[in-house]
Design a protein around this ligand. Structure first.
Ligand SMILES: *Cc1c(COP(=O)(O)O)cnc(C)c1O
Length: 475
């Protein structure tokens, strides 16, 4: 399989090229030159004997990475090792819940990896793939990551201590939860370099974006194709749980990586109807509901900080897969701050796959956390709550339609990472015995720390970053 940019450049790139880069040289994102479909025979065999999560990952990745790049036995080993350290052998757990109208939904717990967000699912495998290539060619790569909360820690866990790899992470100081911060600054391996910056997650994307492309430098934010590719497996796996009947899936959305993976699953032959929930940062909801592309603007802080994003860069992939590189290049002409309307036919096509979107405000998010606890004695994180709120709203409109499979809601992180949201939702006052001063926070607090370096307001972040990159790059 060959890769190219969403804007038409970088044709003929290998998977390895796409894996070891960030943005393509024309500013676009890497995508496969042709989108494969999941073979019909495979789908029908899955109808009779549902596969494990690992099997689905293997079959999906095989479609995008040829044996010439990664031998099948190596790929299988990487996948088995990646998910071995998850805290459940099923890798994904599903929880049945009901809402205030008595409608049911199923929470898909994508938080059983080391850092307890869905980022672990793709990144733990990405780490193994990187290690394979770096050791094969005896070279070095520097990974550059900007994080609004969860990517940093998941990426650090995936590559800490690995030979031939250094990782530099920038996070917005004071805008992530204590658990998220401790997960990053309590890692002492020499190849991990963490910066606390005085800005928003979109601010710190600026010096990062300016650093690309550069030889030996790569991103494992969800601009990286490999993450999207691996995440396709979530949607395929869920579909196999329902014998590949069409299912509704509600997705908490930030940079739209998860959403693009869902779209790809659909385009590859697995029927999933997607619903996207955003917090107050509603760029993606505007695109889906109104066909309006308005990147940039002030990032609003919410409890669902991993979704506090105004540059949801994966929208570019969503638009690409529903049109072509010419259309995308013309929509994205105005690189930094753009506001435009996408073509009407493209918007209609988008709505065929992504059935709806909802911006969920903070009071509704907190109310949803509270209600879910009251009704189910089950705690959800504030990101998950946005999608539960959307699902609840849709269920209300669909009362009486019971023949379909129950809708699925993606839980993107464990509530343990966000005790502040639980307190704001007043869970302790409604008899929530969930340990808010929980084990996870206490455990992290007792770990040895490595204080982060700083990027202060007014300093030249790009320069600081360049200096760090050259420091870690072998001469
Ligand atoms: C990263 C993240 C999101 C947003 O996912 P995207 O793929 O960027 O849309 C949502 N919730 C949590 C907990 C996350 O860590």
């Amino acid at each position: 399989m060959k890769y190219k940019s969403t804007r038409g450049g970088a044709e003929g790139s290998s998977f390895e090229d796409a894996l070891f880069s960030g943005y393509a040289s024309d500013g676009g994102l890497y995508v496969p030159e042709v989108l494969p479909v999941i073979p019909k025979e495979l789908l029908s065999s899955w109808k009779t004997s549902p596969p494990s999560y690992q099997q689905v990952v293997l079959e999906v990745v095989k479609l995008f990475v040829g044996e010439d790049e990664i031998p099948l036995d190596v790929l299988e080993t990487c996948i088995n090792q990646a998910y071995k350290e998850f805290d459940t052998s099923k890798v994904i757990e599903i929880q049945d819940c009901k809402d205030a109208n008595g409608s049911n939904y199923r929470v898909v717990e994508l938080f059983h990896g080391k850092t307890k967000s869905f980022k672990d699912y793709a990144l733990s495998l990405v780490g193994r793939l990187l290690q394979y290539f770096v050791s094969k060619r005896n070279s070095h790569a520097t990974i550059l990551v900007g994080t609004s909360g969860d990517t940093g820690s998941a990426a650090i866990e995936a590559v800490k201590g690995l030979k031939g790899l250094d990782i530099i992470v920038l996070y917005p100081k004071g805008k992530i939860s204590e658990v998220q911060e401790l997960q990053m600054i309590s890692v002492t391996e020499d190849n991990v370099h963490v910066f606390a910056t005085e800005g928003t997650s979109d601010d710190l994307d600026v010096p990062i974006k300016k650093s690309f492309p550069a030889p030996g430098l790569m991103s494992i934010n969800s601009i990286n194709w490999a993450r999207i590719m691996i995440q396709i497996a979530h949607y395929v796996y869920l579909s196999t749980l329902e014998q590949l009947q069409p299912i509704d899936i509600y997705v908490p959305t930030g940079a739209a990586g998860n959403l693009s993976a869902g779209l790809l699953a659909s385009l590859m032959g697995v029927p999933v109807n997607l619903y996207s929930a955003t917090n107050l940062n509603d760029t993606v909801a505007l695109l889906i509901n109104k066909g309006k592309l308005a990147f940039g603007g002030t990032v609003l802080e919410t409890y669902s900080n991993a979704m506090d994003i105004r540059h949801p860069y994966n929208c570019e992939r969503v638009l690409y897969f529903l049109s072509d590189s010419q259309t995308v290049a013309s929509i994205m002409k105005n690189e930094e701050e753009y506001e435009s309307v996408i073509p009407v036919d493209l918007h209609e096509k988008l709505r065929k796959y992504i059935k709806g979107a909802l911006k969920v405000d903070t009071p509704t998010t907190l109310e949803t956390i509270r209600e879910c606890w009251k009704l189910n004695k089950y705690m959800i994180c504030p990101h998950t709550a946005t999608a539960v709120a959307f699902c609840t709203q849709q269920n209300k409109e669909k009362v009486g339609e019971t023949s379909k499979p129950k809708p699925y809601v993606i839980a993107t992180a464990s509530p343990e990472k966000f005790p502040d949201a639980a307190i704001a939702a007043e869970l302790p006052s409604i008899d929530c015995n969930y340990n808010l001063a929980n084990g996870l926070l206490q455990k992290l607090k007792s770990r040895e720390r490595k204080e982060p370096k700083q990027m202060k307001k007014g300093e030249n972040w790009f320069q600081i970053l360049q200096a760090e990159i050259s420091l870690v790059t072998p001469k």
